[in-house]
Design a protein around this ligand. Structure first.
Ligand code: AHR
Length: 676
C-alpha cells in the first residue's frame, strides 16, 4: 500500500513539474480561451488580388540559379568561374588540361579547355567534371552538348569518343554515349548534341560527367560550353530543375519578383543584370560575376525567367536596373540615358508586338512570338540602403518619367518613397524577429490610402529571439525557419489580405538556399544536389496560397469582455483579439468560405463561429500547422537532417445551420475551408 501511495505521489509531482516547466503545454481539454467569431456572408466588398502571396527568384544568392533552379549539371561549363579557371575539371588516365584563348568559340566565351596528349595514350584517358556539388543521376535520359575543336595532327583510333557518367572512382559507368568525331573538320568549332541514357540511379551524388578518348589517342583537343541537362520542368530546353520548380509551383504563387534582389544591381555597374546579355544562343551569353557567389552563366536568362513565371502560373514582377550598383556607385544624372534606353528595349522586347517593333521581332526570332504579360515593373532594388538613397530621387524620376509614358498599363514600383514624390507603388522589405511582425499586424491599416500601393517584396523572420528586435541580424540568426517564425509571418500575411485595397502582395525572401553554397539564412526552400526541404515558412505560405479568397467577409471576434456590437474598425475584435489573428474571406467561384486563424498564445483557443444568416450545413477541411502541444515552437524546424519535423495536418470541420467550431492550438496557423 505504502509503495502504491509513493508511486502515486511521484506521478503527481511529475505531472505538476511537467505542467509548470513547459509553458507551451496545453491539452485540448484545457482550452484557455473561448472566442466567438461572427462572419457576415456577402457577395460584394473588398477584393483580394490574385497576386497576394508570391515568391522572389533572385539570381545568384545561395547559388539559387546556377547550381540551383537552372537544371544545368556541369559546373563551370565555359570556364568562367574564379576569374577564368578550370575549376571543377580534372583529367583521368593520361594527358593534361589548360585554358586557351586563341581562336575562341565566341567573344562571349573567350577561353576554352585544351586537352593535350603529347604521346599516344596507353590507357583510356580524358576529362571529367564533378558537377555543382555532385551530380544526381536517376534512371532517365540526359541531354548533353559541347563545342569541339581538334588541332592539326590529332589522332583518335576509330574516331570515336565516349561521353557519360561514372561514379567517383570512374569504375562504375551509369550511362554512356559514343560520338563519331572523325568528320569534325580540323581547327573549326563543331557542335555536338546527344543523349545519355542512365538505366539505374546512382546511389550517391559523388559522380562524374566524363569525355573519354580511346587508348592510343594523341594530340590537342579543345572544348567549350560543355553542358548536360536532366529532364526539366515542363520539358523546357535549357530549363528548370524539376523538383525545385515543382516546389515553387506547389505554392500557387500569385507573383514572382525577379531577377533580384541585389544581383539585379550587381557588384559594379558593368556587372549589373544586362538583359540583352541573357538572351539568345548560350555561346553568346557572356555571363557576369555573381553578387553573392561564383559566376552567373545567365543560361537561365530573361526569357527563361519569365517563361518560368508563366509555367508556375505567377505574375512576373520584373525588376529593372536603375543606375546603382553595390560598390556604391551611381550613374550620374546626365549619363542615365543609355541605361534608360536599355530598359526601354527590355520592356519592348518583352511586351511589344513582333510585327511592328524591332525588339518584339527579336523576341519572335528567339522563339517567342506572343508578348509576355508584364503588369508590374520595379525600378531598382533597396534604394534606401547605403549610398543609393542619395541619388534615387533623380534616378527614379528620370526612369519613371520615360517609362510611365511609354508603358501606361504597367504599374511602376519604387524601392523606397523616402526621397521621391508619391510613386504608384513602393516595395517594403523587412527581416525581423517574430514580435516585430506580430506587433506590426496593423501597420498597413495606418498607411494613407492616397499614397502608393505596397509590395512587400522581401520579408522573413530571421531571428526567433524577440529581444533582438533592434538587431535581428545579430546573435541568434536562424539557420532554418521555425514554427515560431512561420506563425509570426502568418500574422503579417493576414495583415496583407486585410489591406488588399493597397497591398499588391508579399513574399518571403530569399526563397532558395543551396546548402552547399550558402550566403544567407534562413531560407524558404533548402536544397542540395538531390533533395529539397520545405521549411516551416514555406508550409505556412502554402496554406495561404492554396486557399486564397477573392473577397473579404466582415468578421468580428468576441469573448466574455467584448460584444459583437462593440467591435470597432482597427480595434480589438477586428482582425485580432488578444493573441488570436484572423480573417474571413470567400472564394466566389466555388462559394467557399476561407477563414485564416493564427494563434500566438501559449494556450489553445476554441473558436465558435457563426456565419450570420446562414443555414449552411456542410463539411469542410481545416489545415493546421503547429509545433504540437507543449512544444516550444522555436525548436521545431524542417532541416536537412529532419526534413519533416513539421507538416500540415488536416482535420474535418462541420457546419450546422451556419455554426461551426475549431480549436486553434497554441502557436499555430489554421486555415478553415467550408462550402457556404
Ligand atoms: O534576399 C536576400 C537579399 O536581401 C536580397 O538580395 C536583397 O534585396 C536584400 O538585401
Amino acid at each position: 500500500m505504502m509503495k502504491q501511495i509513493a508511486v502515486l505521489f511521484i506521478v503527481f509531482i511529475l505531472s505538476v513539474f511537467i505542467t509548470v516547466s513547459f509553458g507551451f503545454r496545453t491539452a485540448n481539454k484545457n482550452i484557455g480561451n473561448v472566442v466567438s467569431l461572427n462572419i457576415e456572408n456577402a457577395n460584394t466588398g473588398q477584393k483580394i488580388p490574385a497576386t497576394m502571396h508570391g515568391v522572389i527568384l533572385e539570381t545568384n544568392v545561395n547559388r539559387d540559379d546556377d547550381g540551383g533552379l537552372y537544371a544545368e549539371l556541369i559546373y563551370n561549363r565555359a570556364f568562367q568561374e574564379n576569374n577564368r579557371s578550370l575549376d571543377g575539371w580534372s583529367t583521368f588516365g593520361q594527358g593534361s588540361i589548360n585554358l586557351n584563348i586563341s581562336q575562341p568559340l565566341t567573344s562571349a566565351l573567350p577561353a576554352q579547355l585544351r586537352y593535350s596528349l603529347i604521346t599516344n595514350s596507353t590507357s583510356v584517358s580524358g576529362i571529367r567534371n564533378s558537377g555543382y556539388y555532385g551530380i544526381n543521376l536517376q534512371a532517365q535520359n540526359y541531354t548533353a552538348s559541347f563545342f569541339y575543336r581538334s588541332l592539326p595532327g590529332v589522332y583518335v583510333p576509330g574516331g570515336k569518343l565516349n561521353v557519360g557518367f561514372s561514379d567517383s572512382t570512374g569504375q562504375i559507368i551509369y550511362g554512356i554515349s559514343t560520338l563519331d568525331i572523325s568528320k569534325a573538320p580540323i581547327n573549326i568549332w563543331f557542335y555536338y548534341s546527344f543523349d545519355i541514357i542512365v538505366f539505374s540511379a546512382a546511389p550517391s551524388t559523388k559522380n562524374f560527367f566524363f569525355i573519354e578518348f580511346p587508348l592510343g589517342s594523341k594530340g590537342e583537343f579543345e572544348f567549350n560550353l560543355i553542358s548536360c541537362f536532366p529532364p526539366t520542368y515542363k520539358n523546357r530546353p535549357n530549363g528548370a530543375r524539376f523538383d525545385l520548380a515543382q516546389t515553387f509551383a506547389d505554392l500557387k504563387p500569385g507573383f514572382i519578383r525577379l531577377p533580384g534582389g541585389n544581383d539585379l544591381e550587381g557588384p559594379s555597374i558593368p556587372e549589373r543584370f544586362i538583359w540583352n546579355n541573357t538572351v539568345g544562343h548560350l555561346e553568346n551569353r557572356p555571363g557576369r560575376r555573381g553578387t553573392w557567389a561564383g559566376y552567373n552563366t545567365e543560361g537561365f536568362g530573361l526569357i527563361e525567367l519569365i517563361t518560368f513565371a508563366e509555367d508556375i502560373g505567377a505574375v512576373p514582377i520584373l525588376a529593372v536596373y536603375a543606375g546603382y550598383s553595390l560598390d556604391g556607385k551611381a550613374v550620374p544624372q546626365d549619363q542615365l540615358q543609355p541605361y534608360i534606353d536599355e530598359v526601354v528595349k527590355e520592356l519592348d522586347f518583352l511586351t511589344a508586338s513582333a510585327n511592328d517593333n524591332r525588339m518584339g521581332a527579336l523576341r519572335k526570332q528567339l522563339g517567342r512570338s506572343e508578348p509576355f504579360d508584364i503588369r508590374y515593373v520595379e525600378i531598382g532594388n533597396e534604394d534606401w540602403l547605403g549610398a543609393a538613397i542619395n541619388t534615387y530621387d533623380y534616378r527614379w524620376t528620370t526612369f519613371y518619367n520615360v517609362l510611365s509614358k511609354r508603358y501606361p498599363n504597367i504599374t511602376f514600383i519604387a524601392t523606397t518613397a523616402k526621397t521621391i514624390n508619391s510613386p504608384p507603388a513602393v516595395d517594403d522589405h523587412f527581416y525581423q524577429v517574430p514580435l516585430f511582425f506580430i506587433e506590426n499586424f496593423r501597420r498597413y491599416e495606418n498607411v494613407p490610402r492616397s499614397g502608393p500601393r505596397v509590395l512587400i517584396g522581401e520579408f522573413a523572420v530571421i531571428n526567433d529571439d524577440d529581444s533582438q528586435i533592434t538587431n535581428p541580424f545579430g546573435p541568434g540568426r536562424l539557420v532554418y525557419p521555425s514554427i515560431k517564425s512561420a506563425i509570426a509571418e502568418s500574422v503579417y500575411r493576414i495583415g496583407f489580405e486585410r489591406n488588399s485595397d493597397i497591398i499588391i502582395g508579399g513574399c518571403y525572401a530569399p526563397i532558395l538556399q543551396n546548402i552547399d553554397n550558402t550566403q544567407w539564412t534562413p531560407s524558404f526552400i533548402v536544397f542540395n544536389t538531390s533533395s529539397v526541404i520545405k521549411s516551416t515558412s514555406y508550409l505556412a505560405q502554402k496554406m495561404f496560397g492554396e486557399n486564397l479568397g477573392n473577397l473579404i467577409l466582415y468578421s468580428a471576434a468576441t469573448n466574455n469582455t467584448i460584444t459583437h456590437q462593440s467591435v470597432e474598425k482597427g480595434q480589438e475584435g477586428d482582425g485580432k483579439l488578444g493573441n488570436l489573428y484572423f480573417i474571413a474571406t470567400k472564394r466566389t467561384n466555388d462559394n467557399t468560405l476561407i477563414v485564416k486563424l493564427v494563434n500566438v498564445d501559449p494556450t489553445d483557443i476554441l473558436i465558435n463561429a457563426q456565419i450570420q444568416g446562414s443555414t449552411t450545413s456542410s463539411t469542410g477541411v481545416a489545415y493546421i500547422l503547429t509545433a504540437g502541444s507543449g512544444v516550444d515552437p522555436s525548436t521545431v524546424q524542417n532541416t536537412m537532417l529532419n526534413p519533416n519535423a513539421a507538416s500540415i495536418t488536416e482535420q474535418s470541420v462541420s457546419a450546422r445551420n451556419g455554426t461551426w467550431s475549431i480549436t486553434v492550438p497554441s502557436w499555430s496557423v489554421v486555415v478553415v475551408t467550408l462550402t457556404l
